[in-house]
Design a protein around this ligand. Structure first.
Ligand SMILES: [Zn+2]
Length: 148
């Protein structure tokens, strides 16, 4: 059976502020720039979820789109859309950077999708910022804490 990769695109809007108490005010600004704005701000995130599967001889499909869509909706979009990411329990002890976000989304979906199906997570944060993660699982305690 031939294996193909399929990427689906999703959208969510969320607010955040990039700031860590491990750094001084000046250092925070230097590292995070405008995303350190004390008032916070929002992004319209574009999420790419790439999964793989064997191409079914009869349907020609490698992945059930409706199942994937439902999983992403319930696991990721319902959790983050129109929320302040800084208030999500998974970000209690880490910054809401695109890097940490793709890591978290990877772990959340890995726990819900069939074994071996998830291939890559891509996330557009701004016109010029794109983040990617393709495992291994970060196995963050936060995923377990929030029940996935
Ligand atoms: Zn930002």
């Amino acid at each position: 059976m031939h294996v193909a990769s399929v990427t689906r695109r999703y959208h969510f809007a969320a607010a955040h502020r990039l700031h860590t108490e491990h750094l001084s005010e000046e250092e925070n600004w230097k590292v995070f720039g405008k995303c350190n704005n004390p008032n916070g701000h929002g992004h319209n995130y574009t999420l790419f979820v790439t999964v793989r599967g064997g191409i079914d001889a009869q349907t020609g499909r490698a992945v059930a789109f409706d199942t994937l869509d439902r999983t992403v909706q319930q696991t990721v979009l319902d959790r983050f859309d129109h929320q302040d990411l800084n208030h999500d329990p998974a970000f209690a002890d880490r910054t809401t950077t695109g890097e940490n976000l793709v890591l978290l989304i990877w772990d959340l979906l890995l726990a819900q999708l069939p074994p071996g199906q998830l291939e890559k997570i891509g996330l557009i944060e701004t016109r010029d910022n794109y983040f990617e993660y393709a495992g291994p699982a970060a196995q963050s305690a936060a995923v377990g804490r929030t029940g996935g």
